[in-house]
Design a protein around this ligand. Sequence first.
Ligand SMILES: N[C@H](CCC[C@H](N)C(=O)O)C(=O)O
Length: 276
Amino acid sequence: MSADLPQALPFMKMHGLGNDFVVIDLRAGGQPPAAGLIMRIADRNRGVGFDQLATIEADEQADLRLRFWNPDGSVSAACGNATRCIARYVMDETGRDRLSLRTDHGTLQAEDAGAGMTRVNMGHPVFDWRQIPLAQDVDIDHLPIPGDPVATGMGNPHMTFFVEDAAAVDLEGFGARHEHHPLYPERSNVEIVQVLSRDEILLRIWERGTGPTLASGSCSCAAAVAAARRGLTGRRVKVNVPGGVLHIDWREDGVWMEGATAHVFSGMLTPEWLSE
Ligand SMILES: N[C@H](CCC[C@H](N)C(=O)O)C(=O)O
């Protein structure tokens, strides 16, 4: 082994309803990986594979500082399921039942919801077109796009379509096309929603920078907020995603999201692989 190989890089693999994450714990120090290394780790054949990579850092204002990246190396200010996974891990580690987590979308509160479930307040939805962001001032409840979608910001941009039959949508073609719609200068996450009742929806997801995923926290929040704004549901809904169930509750203090999490394994990226 040559003396100038990088050190091994420890990581954790976690998932929330199949929305999977590589988590790098930097609380003791160290820099987040550069975009090139993030893209290599994202490779499901030659790396580890993930929907998002997250780092945990120590923070002076909150209990933890979290950052998120997509497999294409782009940054996301919000990642609800990774936030829940990391909150659960640190609550188990410290014995605490509440944590504050600073993200690029503000400081979020997480709590133990009992029965192994973890709840996070994802903050207030954003309805200002400049902050979502959209390219121009349009009616966000009825975007000038075929299919009549709703625009919502959850720290990241969302475009939500309501359909009769979500299973009938060609998500690959539809999602890829709409992620890059010119109305969204920073691209968009795309949600296909089928309303089942006043308090239950079916959701299929195309994540910006990732593609189709089994679940997505911020997409579930955006879909629930959009359904409530359209008057199709109340503000508390059960969201059925391909990977399971999330419960969304749009309260006065923000959009709360509750569901299961898993810490699957801890591993090491080897010095040999890191230096390739
Ligand atoms: N999986 C995440 C969302 C990632 C969003 C990301 N694809 C973007 O906006 O760039 C979640 O649970 O909220």
